[in-house]
Design a protein around this ligand. Structure first.
Ligand code: ADE
Ligand code: ZN
Length: 321
């Protein structure tokens, strides 16, 4: 059996920080952890909702301090890509969470992009995410600090606690990012209402919607997403673990496919949610045709060149399970 080639379009690099690496980096950087051991940490990965996950996700980032730490984090992820069939990855990072601890933007970006350069078998790009539960001014300051590094960054995203922080709050910074040639994407319709998906499209001008599962509550929005072939990057294990859907049997991905939406499947924060992209696909128990369609959608929705896209799509067509 060969692994299905695919693009990973919804992965937070900080969400690949495995418990083992939390402890290794804590030792290296002399950071005190409030956990007895790895099992104690893992036992806390039971989340009631998005916020309860974010609390521990941000707390664990305390161990990431140096260029080398960010390098090692990205290298550990990229090393897994061949076994996952990931040929291309557009990787989110959350600079505001690191700047707040005194880590310079250069350490974050140079560490991550240094690792990317060491894995030519995966074409990987970075997407800078703004934390929507921080101010619009803070997002604008973050974009200014990223300007010297734009050769390493393909786009901007919007993540963190969704409810109460609509996309329109970030209209100005997204307009500035688009002017700089950055591709706009945003989390919307994960916990938040379908109206946030509309705003992400109409106000931020996003090229992709991350999650978007709550769009299914709004038939007019579904019709628009189908008509405009808006890419939706869906993360089933995340949705189950954060209580956005009751269980995997009730996940809307099959219904989204049946509606003819341009969905693809990704892993969000695999160190926290029980698996990388192949585990997310396996959990859904899909047919060969559905798997091939999801993989083709992932390349169609990526920011690769038209030439690279055709090459990847040919690989998807040639795939035999
Ligand atoms: N940051 C990391 N994972 C996230 C998620 N699933 N939703 C919003 N922000 C996030
Ligand atoms: Zn996400």
């Amino acid at each position: 059996m060969t692994v299905l080639p695919k693009a990973e379009l919804h992965l937070h690099i900080e969400g690949t920080l495995e418990p083992e690496m939390v402890f290794e980096l804590a030792r290296r950087n002399d950071v005190a952890l409030p956990y007895r051991d790895i099992d104690d940490l893992r036992a806390r990965y039971r989340f009631a909702d998005l916020q309860s996950f974010l609390d521990i996700y941000y707390a664990n980032m305390a161990v990431l301090r140096t260029t080398r730490d960010f390098h090692d984090l990205a290298a550990a992820y990229l090393r897994r890509c061949p076994e996952q069939g990931v040929r291309h990855a557009e990787i989110f990072f959350d600079p505001q969470a690191h700047l707040a601890r005194g880590v310079p933007m250069s350490a974050v970006v140079e560490g991550l992009s240094g690792a990317i350069g060491e894995f030519p078998e995966v074409s990987a790009k970075l997407i800078l995410c703004f934390l929507r539960d921080q101010s619009a001014d803070s997002a604008e300051e973050t974009l200014r600090r990223a300007e010297p590094h734009l050769d390493d960054i393909v786009g901007v995203g919007l993540d963190s606690a969704e409810i109460g922080h609509p996309p329109s709050k970030f209209a100005t910074v997204f307009a500035a990012a688009r002017k700089l040639g950055l591709e706009p994407v945003a989390h919307a319709g994960e916990e938040g209402p379908p109206a946030y998906v509309r705003e992400a499209l109409d106000v931020l001008g996003v090229r992709r919607v991350d999650h978007g599962i709550r769009a299914m509550e709004d038939p007019d929005l579904v019709a628009r997403l189908r008509r405009e072939r808006v890419p939706l990057t869906v993360c089933p294990l995340s949705n189950v673990r954060l209580g956005c859907v009751p269980d995997i049997a009730h996940h809307p991905l099959p219904a989204m496919l049946a509606e003819g939406l341009n969905v693809s499947v990704h892993s969000d924060d695999p160190a926290y949610f029980g698996g990388y992209v192949t585990a997310n696909l396996a959990a859904l128990r899909l047919s060969e045709d559905q798997l091939r369609l999801l993989a083709a959608n992932s390349f169609e929705s990526s920011f690769v060149t038209a030439q690279a896209r055709e090459r990847y799509l040919a690989e998807v067509r040639a795939w035999r399970p």
